[in-house]
Design a protein around this ligand. Structure first.
Ligand SMILES: Nc1ncnc2c1ncn2[C@@H]1O[C@H](COP(=O)(O)OP(=O)(O)O)[C@@H](O)[C@H]1O
Ligand SMILES: [Mg+2]
Length: 228
């Protein structure tokens, strides 16, 4: 097992044809190691979400290669019909809004996905409770999302991204809806997860104050992916 969590080579992405053609990412090649927290910074509309969705095997590149761990999953086409399986087993997503299901309590929000993937209730609940304890919200398992603060809900959203033991977490502006103090708490938590669990994390952020907690800063400049 190598330390590589994600590798892309000559990744290219555009949208549309003719008059509506837009080039978003040109010839991106980089790799991210297990245990790394990488910030992704670029102006609005530069392609951050698009890049994240390609790394998450949601959005299809036009060309290039993508490796998830040591497995080549894309080589000018998906190499598997089951990109869903890759996402489910290897990748956790966190978004700006927490997207918890409002009519399910916290523990049921956490166990919904693993149970729908066939994980036994006992097993998924045990894992969910471990995560809630890890995030200092063990006492909230029966609470509804509306009863938690923004910061607590975002911690639940991070716990949900971790419940399937992913190798990679892709976080799209996870702190955008939080104040400074809660944002720092969330980023420090992501850093801790990266170190302790060897997860590779790519986090989109607009807040330069968060960069000090990240190992590297990835930017999209003139459609090229560069590192600071
Ligand atoms: N499905 C799509 N079809 C056409 N254009 C798209 C699509 N998704 C995104 N875009 C365009 O790609 C560019 C990058 O979008 P996005 O990745 O969302 O940027 P960011 O997350 O950096 O704000 C934008 O100009 C957007 O309008
Ligand atoms: Mg975006």
């Amino acid at each position: 097992m190598s330390k590589q969590a994600i590798k892309v080579e000559h990744l290219h992405k555009s949208f549309g044809k003719g008059d509506t053609f837009v080039d978003i990412i040109q010839d991106a090649s980089f790799s991210i190691d297990k245990g790394e927290l990488v910030a992704l910074v670029a102006p609005s509309g530069a392609g951050k979400t698009t890049l994240l969705m390609m790394l998450g095997c949601v959005d299809k590149p036009n060309s290039g290669t993508i490796y998830i761990g040591d497995e080549k999953v894309y080589d000018n086409k998906w190499l598997t019909k089951e990109t869903r399986k890759i996402r489910r087993e290897k990748i956790g997503f966190i978004f700006q809004a927490h997207y918890l299901i409002p009519f399910l309590n916290i523990i049921d929000n956490l166990t919904l996905l693993p149970q729908s993937n066939g994980t036994k209730e006992k097993v998924s609940k045990k894992k969910a409770r471990e995560l809630l304890a890890y995030f200092d919200i063990a006492d909230k398992e029966k609470a509804m999302p509306s009863q938690l603060s923004g910061g607590q809900n975002q911690r639940v959203a991070i716990a949900r991204a971790l419940v399937n033991n992913p190798q990679i977490i892709l976080a799209d502006e996870p702190t955008a809806a939080l104040d400074m103090q809660r944002s720092v708490a969330v980023v420090k938590m992501l850093k801790k997860i990266a170190i302790e669990q060897g997860v590779a994390i790519v986090m989109v952020t607009h807040d330069d104050r968060m960069l000090q907690y990240c190992d590297r800063v990835m930017k999209i400049e003139d459609k090229k992916v560069v590192f600071d």
